[in-house]
Design a binder for this molecule. Structure first.
Ligand code: FUB
Ligand code: ZN
Length: 648
């Protein structure tokens, strides 16, 4: 939303944003330059995963002719640098830092030198296989990387005015435009991993140049038209796959099993799917294409009502990092990639631009406050790629089918897509707080202490949310016209009390928003959410969760850890309905509300594997402690569980 300029002062988010600025960005810079003395872990036990080093900056130096050597890493290694650059752009917009700006400027210069004459930009192909450019798009990630560069360049231009970044991005987009399209002689195809569509839409928003929108639309319309496009390209190319095994992946992995407009379920690789939908929803909003928005809604509903974890995680299987089927939500073998939840936040934001529905913001909040930030340790230097809802560390060490689930966050990963993705989300949080609708309403999607300029005045939030549930909003309307503010009524708050200028009002719930009309001058709104602990039960088709309950408070889903509750968390049973004790722990996990509740621990004095004497089993009364899910695995390796047996 171009017209809103926001300064975040929120306690919870300020810590995260400072952490990204002062720890994560410099740390990632060292990693990208192979200057960090760290252990890079494979994201799962596959021999072909490159995990000796990052080499990402060196790849650019080699492509630019400044260094000699071979490309190292994934074919999409460049995107690690681009995402880092994008988070630097947002960070500089918040707080200028001359040294960091100089480093980032030099990265742009290096990238410009690595760019080929005709605008092509990809270090793998420039260094290793120039003759295979655009010839194996199912695996090559050429347009995926291009999309990330364009996003970074737009962000960097917007925050620093760096013209070179923008000109490299345009030259790259123009190169793609010359090579792809419906016209004779151009490639009628698309990338195996959606992302260029998002980048082109951003370039269109910045420049207003319709051809970038047209190209994004072409890529989206083309996907699935010829489902055999990748196969045909691969056969023609005839060389070795660029990513081992990917040529054998099913069509739905790439969302090209059918034309997008005919798709109505979330299929395949989860990150790809949500990136595709992010661009679709943007395009639908921009062009007013109702059919496209309908497609977005169908896929949205399928994800959020049938294929999403309570933590906002998506992707039920490691095979293809993908969705599986409705209600298939295993808690310990799932994928729930950090990037996938970040992509869900992007998708939700663009859905809100199409239609003011509180559920979009509810899911945005769920994904953000749970799986997305669980992707980073509280020290800003350790990261999860996969976000389980249930972990028994010993199992993951012994069972090769679970090698993707780490019990503690690694220092870095062979495939490092998630950490810089989280950095760019956290540093650009202001983009998600408000939506200005086409008819001029301002939606308050997220409650975050901040001050924002609007085209007609300003809006400020003062709050200790997400820890406490009171938000004071001050709106200044400088125009003569009355303005409409939509306050999200979170689905988890059973009773939300709203006062305007000191008087409690009876508000209507319009698709999850309460609308307040504000006249010229200052209006003070106070909102109070119901922050009591909530119990959640799964649909009975989710076999893993039958008889189980999960807890939440405010936006946070809670979990239990071994360090607080002892081993064998599966033997704990919660006395639901017996009341919850909340205690604020200032010094624990950087400040959390912990929940304590009564329950039982199942015990047995039998050593048999299978026992016929029921009297050998008994229960002991116990107190069970829960902490917010995002903060787990910050106190060493231990068991964790979100769902717990309930006493009903
Ligand atoms: O393929 C590029 C990125 O790597 C994907 O988005 C992630 O899921 C990981 O596979
Ligand atoms: Zn990722």
């Amino acid at each position: 939303m171009g017209t809103v300029k926001t300064k975040i002062t929120d306690r919870f988010w300020k810590r995260y944003r400072e952490l990204v600025r002062t720890e994560m960005i410099p740390y990632q810079w060292d990693v990208l330059n192979d200057n960090a003395d760290i252990n890079i872990e494979k994201e799962r036990n596959d021999d072909f995963i490159p995990s000796e080093k990052s080499h990402a900056m060196e790849n650019f130096r080699i492509a630019a002719g400044i260094s000699e050597g071979e490309h190292y890493g994934w074919v999409f290694q460049d995107s690690d640098v681009y995402k880092w650059l994008e988070s630097v752009a947002y960070s500089l917009a918040e707080k200028d830092d001359e040294d960091l700006r100089k480093i980032a400027d030099s990265v742009i210069e290096l990238i410009s030198k690595a760019q080929e004459e005709d605008g092509y930009l990809n270090t793998y192909f420039t260094i290793m296989e120039p003759e295979r450019r655009f010839k194996r798009l199912g695996e090559s990630h050429e347009l995926y990387c291009a999309g990330h560069f364009i996003e970074a360049a737009v962000a960097y231009y917007e925050s620093t005015g760096n013209e070179l970044a923008l000109s490299v991005a345009k030259k790259l987009a123009d190169c793609i435009d010359r090579n792809f399209g419906p016209e004779e002689g151009k490639i009628r195809g698309y990338d195996g991993h959606e992302e260029i569509e998002i980048g082109l839409m951003r370039l269109y928003h910045l420049t207003g140049e319709e051809r970038y929108l047209a190209l994004a639309k072409f890529f989206l319309d083309e996907r699935g038209k010829d489902p055999l496009f990748f196969k045909k390209q691969n056969e023609k190319d005839g060389g070795r796959p660029l990513i081992a095994g990917m040529d054998k992946f099913p069509l739905y992995y790439f969302q090209n099993h059918a034309e997008i407009r005919k798709q109505d379920t979330a299929e395949g690789h989860a990150v790809r799917l949500v990136y595709m939908c992010t661009a679709l929803a943007d395009l639908a909003c921009e062009t007013g294409d109702a059919e496209l928005y309908e497609t977005c809604k169908k896929i949205w509903n399928n994800i959020t009502k049938k294929r999403m974890y309570i933590t906002g995680g998506i992707g039920s299987t490691v095979i293809g990092e993908a969705f599986t089927l409705d209600y298939d939500l295993p808690n310990d073998t799932m994928y729930c990639e950090t990037c996938a939840s970040i992509g869900l936040v992007f998708f939700a934001r663009n859905m809100l631009r199409n239609e003011a529905r509180g559920e979009y913001a509810d899911i945005m909040e769920r994904a953000l406050y749970n799986t997305a930030i669980a992707g980073m340790a509280l020290d800003g230097r350790h990261f999860f790629y996969v976000n389980p809802l249930e972990v028994v560390p010993a199992k993951y060490k012994k069972d090769p089918t679970k090698s993707h689930v780490k019990p503690v966050r690694p220092q870095w990963l062979g495939c490092a897509c998630c950490p810089p993705n989280l950095a760019r989300l956290v540093t650009s949080l202001e983009k998600y707080i408000y939506t200005e609708t086409k008819d001029g309403k301002v939606l308050v999607n997220l409650y975050v202490q901040s001050e924002s300029d609007l085209s007609w005045g300003s809006i400020a939030q003062k709050t200790s949310y997400p820890q406490d549930g009171v938000v004071e909003i001050t709106i200044r309307n400088d125009s003569e016209a009355e303005k409409n503010i939509g306050l999200r009524l979170p689905g988890w708050s059973d009773d939300t009390v709203i006062s305007v200028d000191g008087t409690k009002i009876n508000h209507a719930d319009t698709d999850g928003f309460a609308y307040i009309s504000v006249k010229k001058g200052e209006t003070r709104i106070s909102i109070e959410f119901d922050m009591s602990v909530k119990e959640w039960y799964s649909n009975i088709n989710v076999s893993e969760n039958t008889g189980n309950v999960a807890l939440s408070r405010g936006p946070f889903v809670y979990c239990m850890e071994e360090v607080d509750n002892g081993r064998n968390l599966h033997n704990l049973k919660l006395d639901t309905g017996s009341g919850y004790r909340l205690s604020w722990k200032e010094d624990e996990l950087h400040g959390i509300y912990e929940i304590n509740a009564k329950g039982q621990r199942l015990c047995s004095d039998s050593q048999e594997l299978y026992e016929r004497r029921p009297e050998k089993f008994y229960a002991e009364e116990t107190t069970i402690k829960f902490i917010p899910y995002y903060a787990w695995a910050n106190r060493g390796e231990n068991e964790m569980r979100v769902w717990i047996k309930n006493s009903r």
